[in-house]
Design a protein around this ligand. Structure first.
Ligand code: AVJ
Length: 311
């Protein structure tokens, strides 16, 4: 496909070009989520090795009443990075008279499909999907009740600690009701490694889908077979890093540029920070929240925090 000048002026085109021009090569994981990337992420959530989704769903299920009591009645839920909306269903079922749900996601097609499905299943619930990038400035429609944020899945782990603080601080200002946030915990490195290196290779496909997306949307000529999936835990920084490693010297063509890449060079596609309960609470406090409750599974693999904006 020949890219139009239009697509080459897009934010994604700019991010890809910059990723391949700057050293070390790196790009925000938000670009994973085209329709296929969202589908692959949903498949990751079903993998036996990928414990976060299952563990968080278990916590929501077990503690739904306790969580709902903390949150209180009549709230409007704003979900950040809403995806399939599977988790928020458990929350909505437990909440007393929720005023509505505003699911936010960068992946418009996937968001509108899952919101339409939820609306069919819950005809009485006010559902208003908003397709946007919540890392940028945005405005939401007027609130229909105290605003409570729901930020599950440890998506906060995608942000550098020095970005996570300001993002949480912005949320503390928007969310007069509070924030319910899922945070993955530091654990045995072998368990972390397996979760990002699954036997079926779904995570590898998810990682390489970034290149397939660049080919489809920008007319780039990435040969996917020349890029190896690499994911590993970095203990000093308490994060999983994902990379695409070039298997040879090669030249990638992208929007009129010929970009050389050497064998062994990588594009750093994602960080997934892991926290301790106390470490995350310190971050939340420095961002203007008061940690009021935390739920952790018996294996201490995952945590859900209830935070109130400190007056
Ligand atoms: C959606 C960012 C929470 O970091 O675990 C899963 C994304 N990447 N497998 C994560 C992801 C590879 C996921 N988050």
């Amino acid at each position: 496909m020949k890219p139009s000048p239009d697509t080459c002026a897009s934010e994604f085109a700019h991010a890809m070009q910059e990723a391949l021009t700057r050293h070390p090569h790196r790009i925000s994981p938000k670009w994973f989520y085209d329709a296929e990337g969202s589908r692959l992420f949903d498949a990751i959530c079903e993998l036996p090795e990928y414990y976060p989704t299952r563990t968080e769903l278990g916590l929501l299920d077990r503690h739904a009443d306790d969580i709902a009591r903390r949150i209180g009645p009549g709230v409007e839920v704003v979900e950040f990075g809403a995806g399939s909306l599977r988790k928020v269903r458990l929350l909505l079922d437990a909440l007393e008279r929720p005023a509505g749900l505003l699911p936010i996601d960068i992946s418009a097609e996937h968001l509108h499909a899952s919101a339409a499905q939820l609306q069919r299943d819950r005809p009485g619930l006010f559902v208003r999907p908003v397709a946007l990038d919540f890392t940028q400035d945005f405005a939401l429609p007027a609130a229909r009740g105290p605003r409570v944020g729901f930020f599950p899945g440890s998506s906060i782990g995608n942000f550098e600690p020095d970005e996570a603080g300001p993002l949480l601080a912005r949320m503390a200002r928007w969310l007069d009701g509070g924030l319910l946030i899922g945070v993955d915990l530091v654990k045995e490195p072998d368990l972390l490694h397996a979760a990002y290196n699954d036997a079926q290779g779904v995570t590898a496909r998810f990682n390489r889908n970034l290149l397939a997306r660049a080919n489809a949307e920008l007319g780039a000529d990435f040969n996917l077979a020349r890029w190896a999936h690499s994911a590993f835990f970095h203990p000093p920084l308490q994060r999983i890093e994902m990379h695409l490693v070039s298997r040879c010297d090669q030249v990638v063509h992208l929007c009129g540029h010929a970009l050389p890449v050497e064998e062994g060079e990588s594009i750093h596609t994602e960080n997934s920070y892991k926290y301790t309960v106390a470490g995350f609470q310190r971050l939340a406090e420095s961002a203007g929240f008061r940690p009021e409750a935390v739920w952790v599974d018996s294996r201490r693999w995952f945590s859900i925090h209830w935070l109130r904006p400190a007056a």
